[in-house]
Design a protein around this ligand. Structure first.
Ligand code: GLU
Length: 274
């Protein structure tokens, strides 16, 4: 019988996992256990420029060392491209996306300075760069050779109840703008691949870091456009270092690997986690 709760661990093999990842993954495991459910493992390896096979091996080893367990074999996003491509075609038929020839530099220059606290997120896509809503859509090429963006419903307030932070809302077009669904190097965006997989894997609750809160709003729009039911979301507060700086993969001192080499014990590292 299918468990009533299915969660997932979805690391990207772009570096060594650190204590911040472990904390989020631990929360995911605890939530799955408390619900008598199941946890799956997904290797989010679509960023070909940054992902490396040795980090896949390392992340699996480090997660096991930390005491994380999951059901079944690991799913690897780079083997699932046909699924994402089918979703892109559906968005295209529905007229929810448009091709975008603007460079990242054009977008940054036109968008101006980021809002406070938004530095980690992408700027709102400048509306003047958008084609008119009734412009005819070129067909999708195979391979895709241009960026495709999702047109967000300007001014609509999106809401959801976060399992940790409670009621959340964001206004489309103001707090986040048109976002990439497919890149000109023929790779799906994180947003699209994540939604397609979370749906295909039957995920009932997504547990991830609070840095992805805005992505959740983007993903809610994709669920709706694709006619899919969104899972629940539980965002974990981010772990910071002693100076209050968010942990990143460059904080090597807090890499799980380093902690293990120093003889640290996972149970002790978790001792203060609520
Ligand atoms: N691979 C993504 C990351 O590491 C997963 C995010 C998510 O959990 O949706 O940021």
């Amino acid at each position: 019988m299918k468990p009533s709760y299915i969660g997932r661990l979805a690391p990207s093999p772009t570096g060594l996992l650190h204590l911040g990842h472990a904390r989020t993954f631990w929360a995911a495991q605890e939530r799955a256990r408390a619900a008598g459910g199941e946890l799956l493992l997904r290797n989010d390896d679509l960023d070909t420029a940054r992902c490396r096979p040795e980090f896949v091996t390392a992340m699996v080893e480090d997660m096991r060392w930390f005491g994380l367990t999951w059901a079944g074999p690991m799913l690897t996003q780079s083997t699932r491209l046909l699924l994402y491509r089918a979703a892109l075609a559906r968005l295209h038929v529905a007229g929810c996306i448009y091709p975008c020839a603007r460079s990242r530099r054009d977008v940054l220059a036109a968008a101006g300075a980021p809002h406070e606290g938004d530095e980690a997120d992408e700027p709102v896509y400048p509306p003047q760069f958008r084609p008119p809503a009734d412009a005819s859509l070129p067909s999708l090429t195979d391979p895709v050779a241009i960026n495709w963006r999702f047109r967000v419903p300007d001014g609509e307030t999106l809401t959801f109840t976060d399992g940790h932070f409670g009621a959340q809302h964001a206004v489309a077009g103001r707090e986040f703008g048109d976002f990439l669904v497919w890149r000109k190097d023929d790779v799906p965006s994180y947003q699209l691949a994540c939604v397609v997989d979370d749906d295909a894997m039957g995920i009932t609750e997504v547990v991830r870091g609070a840095d992805l809160m805005k992505s959740t709003f983007r993903q809610l729009l994709l669920y709706r456009a694709l006619g899919l039911t969104a899972p629940g979301f539980y965002h974990c507060p981010l772990v910071t270092d002693e100076k209050g700086v968010r942990l990143a993969k460059r904080h090597d001192a807090l890499a799980l690997r380093t902690l293990r080499e120093q003889g640290r014990i996972p149970g002790q590292l978790r001792v203060d986690w609520k």
